[in-house]
Design a protein around this ligand. Sequence first.
Ligand SMILES: Nc1nc2c(c(=O)[nH]1)N=C([C@H](O)[C@H](O)COP(=O)(O)OP(=O)(O)OP(=O)(O)O)CN2
Length: 131
Amino acid sequence: MTYSLTVRDHMMIAHSFTGEMFGPAQQLHGATYVVDATFRAEQLHADGVVVDIGRASDALHRILSRLSYRNLDDEPAFAGVNTTTERLCSHVAEQLVDVARDGGLGGADLTAIAVTMRESHIAWASYEVSL
Ligand SMILES: Nc1nc2c(c(=O)[nH]1)N=C([C@H](O)[C@H](O)COP(=O)(O)OP(=O)(O)OP(=O)(O)O)CN2
C-alpha cells in the first residue's frame, strides 16, 4: 500500500534544442510547463500526512523559480544538453530529493518522489526517484 501527495506549480522558460529529430524547436522558443511533484510513503506521518502541502509547495516553487523566466540555453547546469521535458523532470526531482534528505519536507518516511511536467495538453514526461 502506498500513499501519495501531489502538489502542482508551473514555470515559463525559453530554450532551443539541438538535433535533427527536432523540428521548429531547434529555434529559440518559449514553453510553459505545468509541473506536478508527487511524494510517496508507505506509512503516514503521525500527523496523518505524507508531507505537508505547504512545505511541499514551497520547495517546488523555490526550485522552479530558479529556472522560470530564464533562457535555459544560458544556464551552466544544462550546458551541452537538450533541456527536454524528461531532463527538466529529473533536474527538479533530484533537487526535491536533496530537500527531502536535508529534512526540509518533514512528514513521513518518503519512499519516492516523482516529477511530471506537461509541456502541452497532449504531451508530458515523468521522472521518479526511489528513496
Ligand atoms: N521526448 C521528447 N520529445 C520532444 C520534446 C521533449 O521534451 N521530449 N520536445 C519537443 C519540443 O519542445 C516541442 O514539443 C515540439 O517541437 P518540434 O520542433 O515540433 O519537435 P518535433 O519532434 O515534434 O518535430 P516536428 O518536425 O515538428 O515533427 C519535441 N520533442
